[in-house]
Design a protein around this ligand. Sequence first.
Ligand SMILES: Nc1nc2c(c(=O)[nH]1)N[C@H]1C(S)=C(S)[C@@H](COP(=O)(O)OP(=O)(O)OC[C@H]3O[C@@H](n4cnc5c(N)ncnc54)[C@H](O)[C@@H]3O)O[C@H]1N2
Ligand code: MOO
Length: 434
Amino acid sequence: MTITQDNPHTTDLCHQPGLTRLDDALRIAFAEVAVSVPVEQRPLTGCYGAILREDIIARVDVPSVDNSAMDGYALCHGDFQKMSATGNVDIVVAGVSLAGHPFAGKIPTGQAIRIATGAAIPEGADCIVIQENVTANDDETLITLGQDVIAKTKPHQHIRRCGEDVTSGAVVLPAGKRLRPQDIAVAAGQGYQTLPVARPVSVAVFSTGDELAKPGDPLPPGGIYDSNRFAMIGMLRAAGCAVTDLGLLADDFDVLQSALADAAKTHDVIMTSGGVSVGKADLLKPVVDTLGQIHAWKLAIKPGKPMMRGRIGDCVVIGLPGNPVSVMVSGLLYAVPLLLHMMGASDAVCMPVRLPAIAGFDFKRGTGRREWLRARLEQDGDGNCHAMPYHSASSGMLSSMVWAEGLIEIDEDCGIIQKGDSVLYLPFGGLQAF
Ligand SMILES: Nc1nc2c(c(=O)[nH]1)N[C@H]1C(S)=C(S)[C@@H](COP(=O)(O)OP(=O)(O)OC[C@H]3O[C@@H](n4cnc5c(N)ncnc54)[C@H](O)[C@@H]3O)O[C@H]1N2
Ligand code: MOO
């Protein structure tokens, strides 16, 4: 497969010095931008997707007592092993232990207790025989164990030990985690009603460009509908940010200056698309330079190179490039990790999942930038996963992101990839903003 570039007839001019590698850019950004949003105690059902800000310590053992993993009969292994010498064994059922209603007292020697899943193991019992493996009389006061069942029964079988899941005093959820349903369920299992999580970072979102029209408005000749704002808002919401949609801004210095100055007063972050390259109408940099400071511009990444980070007062400004794939790639791999960092996410949480896959393509172009190809995995007959790139690497082709299910990552220093080589694949599901 041949992957076409934006313009295959031109030489790529991006081996320029002055581009910062992504890893360095993120390291610098994490050092320069503080974990700034405050902690709030939030009820559990409001915590899905939030960043946990303190370690959560187990308050109770889970299970709180030894209990049964199956419905059946609790017995003392040694008792019926002795009795089985003569063949099948009849055992008297001395009582019942149900979840929430334990059997009070000790099992009489040589007898059994009817037991339900989750019920406490009665004193004197050390194994459970499931009800399918015994014959019981009608009122379940007597059971018969066959010799084959007795031979297979082991001490401690089907018993869940006190504290084997969670031990009181242990850290069940570490600070910096992004909370998933199972994390919140574990906190509930420990009796927590609220959790200390980050207040969502507030992000004001603008698209910039004179060519842009709002979906629903008539499209002027040569105009295009604004799609980037919808990609940005979706990624930000999925990453757990509180988003204010501030619409479209014209390529006009005064318009941009006034809108950014206002938004900076009431938001932690401003995110924009477009106007960060070197063209005449690319005014975002001079505007941020006038209102505040520019801290980073131009990354050694493809797509997304002209990405800009700056500050207006206390507000962080992230200027993403206008090309629709660039806005998403630089958003997913630079902006979202930085926003998660601001909310106190651990470094591991901020980073995408990178999986090894087999290259299903040849690639011969070292740009000196880290590059992502829009991709899908295809399985061969032996179950091996081959990463297949989209036929075009153009950053203007948004439909490629609809086709794709992930990204192939090509290292800055990589020159040639041949079919069958190992490559890294970033499934969209392993990015925090999908
Ligand atoms: N001489 C150079 N030209 C360009 C360079 C360069 O290094 N030297 N870099 C190129 C790269 S790479 C990118 S990416 C773009 C980014 O430029 P801008 O951030 O200034 O973006 P715009 O020029 O405003 O727009 C680029 C492209 O994207 C379309 N666009 C913009 N906003 C939206 C939107 N909200 N929804 C949909 N599409 C949008 C816009 O119409 C343009 O086609 O610069 C290269 N140029
Ligand atoms: O290729 Mo540019 O790097 O983002 O479109």
